[in-house]
Design a protein around this ligand. Structure first.
Ligand SMILES: C=CC1=C(C)c2cc3[nH]c(cc4nc(cc5[nH]c(cc1n2)c(C)c5CCC(=O)O)C(CCC(=O)O)=C4C)c(C)c3C=C
Ligand SMILES: [Fe+2]
Length: 439
């Protein structure tokens, strides 16, 4: 492996520029002197959200974001940094980036609580450094010249982590294995795991660089169990910030709860004083690798595709409304006396109103892993949803989808995972410290 000395300053932590924007504060106030701005919970990127929306060409932003002292300024896209430290971990309310890696690890035989604690400390330190645009020791140089590009690293703990570290008594009931669903065709080798990483960045090299550095830092303590690569729309690809589309062509993410909504924190995060105490500020993520049967889907007429979802494909508007953000009217009846939104339409089956208020924050990535032996694309959704309690959110909704969702005919759930994502680390601390040192 090629290594090179620590280098400055293009990927070295640097003072904030007044032009620099942060798109997510993880529950902390933005640093003084920085522009605090909450980007939409879509893949609308920095250039799209600021430069284009303000009528300025993206290039103008590139020059205004002066940061380095040894070369041309970084663009706003490259210079955007997400804070690692905060009440919550990054990568939950952070707008979904254009590139992502998900990776699960198992603790090596003989690695226990002490080794796990050291690994969580190493990963946290590395994540904080990389997210600030710094360059770790013995760096590979892959992200050289790039800024942090909204890099976020999120660390989760799976069911097996607790037995392996002798912390079985601290395992939350919410981490009990998900029930089996009748349509599941799960590959255990690509499911679950003791430890989980979600890495997102608006630059593919920055994302890979972080994955490689974190993998190397696992050392002898943990071995890679599975890894998947995902993507979303690139910031600035659309004329204005828009909700992203999935590989079926649907506008996906419209009816997500948003930070600032009345019950957002309650639905997504474990409260201070919640159970267990070490999960305060944390969340539970459900991961499903869902392959899309694109040949079958694309062969269906537009009207049928829209019936399956209950929304228009062109702009994501509900079949009962005009605009994407119009509320879905589940009671509306058409001239034929039937519900305008079909009984098995995906938006009806999943709506909080039809699930006793069950609410989750969806933050997924598309994937494409080449083509299968039958010639069909191996492509779909790395579905990720965040909630304070999966037994009250993902599980009941997925049970209902499993019983009768018009979309089921076109998708296959092939891998699964459930991870406890502890609250964010404070400066000088590391993710999961309250568990591995405090319990
Ligand atoms: C168990 C939870 C869910 C799974 C699994 C799931 C899979 C899945 N969804 C889409 C595409 C869309 N989903 C949309 C809405 C939507 N989906 C869920 C939950 C799951 N989806 C919820 C809770 C909602 C919101 C319901 C509401 O409040 O209206 C939409 C509509 C636009 C939007 O609101 O995001 C799309 C499109 C795919 C393709 C898929 C599996 C591959
Ligand atoms: Fe959905």
């Amino acid at each position: 492996m090629t290594t090179e000395p620590k280098r400055k300053p293009s990927r070295t932590a640097r003072p904030a520029s007044p032009h620099e924007t942060k798109n997510d504060t993880n529950g902390q106030d933005a640093a003084p002197g920085r522009l605090s701005r909450r980007r939409l919970l879509t893949t609308a990127g920095t250039a799209g959200a600021v430069g284009l929306a303000a009528g300025a060409p993206a290039g103008a932003l590139a020059h205004s974001a002066a940061t380095g002292d040894d070369g041309p300024a970084l663009t706003a896209l490259g210079s955007t940094a997400v804070p690692f430290h905060g009440t919550h971990q990054p990568g939950i309310t952070t707008p979904a980036q254009a590139h992502a890696h998900l990776a699960a690890f198992d603790l090596a035989p003989g690695a226990g609580r002490r080794e796990a604690a050291a690994l969580l400390r190493r990963w946290s330190g590395l994540a904080a450094e990389l997210m600030a645009g710094g360059t770790p020791e013995a760096d590979t140089g892959v992200a050289r010249d790039a800024g942090p590009a909204s890099l976020s690293v999120t660390i989760g703990l799976g069911h097996g982590f607790f037995d392996a570290t002798g912390l079985t008594g601290a395992r939350p009931a919410a981490l009990d294995p998900l029930p089996a669903f009748s349509a599941d065709v799960l590959d255990e080798g690509r499911s679950n795991g003791h430890l989980w990483l979600q890495i997102g960045a608006d630059d593919a090299l920055v994302a890979f660089h972080a994955l490689r550095a974190l993998h190397r830092a696992a050392g002898e303590t943990a071995t890679l169990r599975w890894q998947m690569t995902g993507f979303n729309r690139t910031p600035g690809a659309t004329a204005r910030p828009m909700t992203t589309r999935n590989l079926m062509g649907q506008v996906d993410g419209t009816n997500n709860p948003a930070p600032g909504d009345e019950d957002f924190e309650r639905h997504v995060f474990v409260p201070e004083g919640g159970d267990p105490a070490w999960m305060a500020g944390g969340s539970y993520v459900v991961f499903r690798r869902i392959r899309m049967l694109l040949d079958a889907w694309e062969a269906r007429p537009l009207a049928e595709q829209e019936r399956v979802m209950g929304r228009r494909k062109s702009d994501g508007a509900p079949l009962t409304g005009e605009r994407e953000t119009d509320p879905v009217d589940l009671a509306a009846v058409g001239p034929d006396g039937r519900g305008v939104i079909a009984a098995n339409a995906h938006v009806r089956v999943t709506a909080p109103e039809t699930n006793g208020g069950a609410t989750m924050l969806r933050r997924s990535f598309s994937y494409h892993d080449g083509f299968r032996d039958d010639g069909a694309p191996d492509a779909g959704l790395l579905f990720l949803c965040w909630q304070a309690d999966p037994l009250r959110a993902f599980v009941p909704v997925q049970r209902k989808l499993d019983r009768g969702d018009a979309l089921s005919e076109f998708v296959r759930h092939e891998a699964s995972g459930l991870f406890a994502v502890p609250g964010g680390a404070r400066e000088g601390e590391y993710v999961g410290q309250a568990l591995v040192e405090g319990y």
